[in-house]
Design a protein. Structure first.
Length: 269
């Protein structure tokens, strides 16, 4: 029985290692300035913990082999030096990853408000994403969703019509961003908790009703990406998807101009 157990342990360890060796890259191609630091920490954790896993399985097989070779009446007693050393190693690894991850998380979730940062409000509503940009005045207007939200009337977010700063705001169903420019996202939810996940940007944050959550990143590669909701938010959860387009600065300015003209025409009619 002991031989079968040892073989089973070896097979599981080798199969687990083979899974990661055959498929070494688990993420889509990175497209933000923050991606490299996060990827490095992920793979550091993977290799360190994977090495400890293989080491512990090897030790387990050796212990089983030795116990089988010795007299069946012999007793095993714990070696306190090995136990203390093992506990210290795990403690150092745990707090090292915790402190390193906390610093990275703080940089990603509390981005610096630089002068050229683009501010975009992201709002999740069952079952749709809306993205709001400030107009020519550079200020987002006041929102009162409970009072003014009328999707069928062209005001799904509830922008206060009496607030002049909101009259030039641009609302889009796609998130359009200029490349190589910091983005400050303001995450909101009107009804239940939603979650903004853009895999290529290594970005994932919850949008919580009643809270304005700031987070951001800097896109570094033009292209089209997918934004999905990763919180189960109702029967239409599968529809909570949106397009993320990263374009050049010139294309972004042209897009803003087109959106502003379209909003002006709609307000006239």
């Amino acid at each position: 029985m002991s031989t079968v157990l040892r073989l089973a342990i070896v097979a599981i360890a080798l199969a687990s290692a083979g899974l990661f060796l055959v498929h070494p890259w688990w993420f889509p191609a990175a497209a933000s300035a923050q991606s490299a630091a996060l990827d490095r920490r992920f793979y550091a954790a993977l290799w360190i913990l994977g090495g400890l896993f293989l080491l512990s399985q090897t030790a387990l097989v050796l212990v089983l082999s030795r116990s089988q070779a010795e007299d069946k009446h012999s007793s095993w007693y714990g070696n306190w030096k090995i136990e203390v050393a093992w506990a210290l190693v795990i403690t150092v690894i745990f707090f090292g990853f915790n402190i390193s991850g906390e610093h990275l998380w703080s940089r990603m979730t509390s981005p610096g408000r630089t002068a050229d940062a683009l501010q975009v409000e992201v709002t999740g509503v069952q079952f749709q994403w809306y993205f709001r940009y400030p107009g020519a005045d550079g200020v987002l207007g006041r929102v009162q969703a409970a009072k003014f939200a009328r999707p069928d009337e062209g005001n799904p977010l509830g922008i206060d019509p009496t607030d002049p700063t909101g009259r030039d705001d641009i609302v889009s169903s796609a998130l359009v961003l200029p490349v190589d420019r910091p983005v400050d996202l303001i995450l909101r939810a009107q009804d239940v908790i939603h979650s903004v996940f853009i895999p290529e940007m290594r970005f994932k944050r919850d949008a919580v009703p009643g809270m304005d959550i700031h987070a951001g990143f800097t896109p570094t590669r033009t292209g089209s990406y997918e934004l999905v909701c990763t919180q189960l938010c109702g029967l239409g959860h599968h529809r909570m998807r949106a397009l993320v387009r990263v374009v050049s600065e010139a294309e972004f300015k042209q897009w803003l101009k087109v959106q502003s003209s379209a909003r002006l025409l709609s307000s006239i009619h």
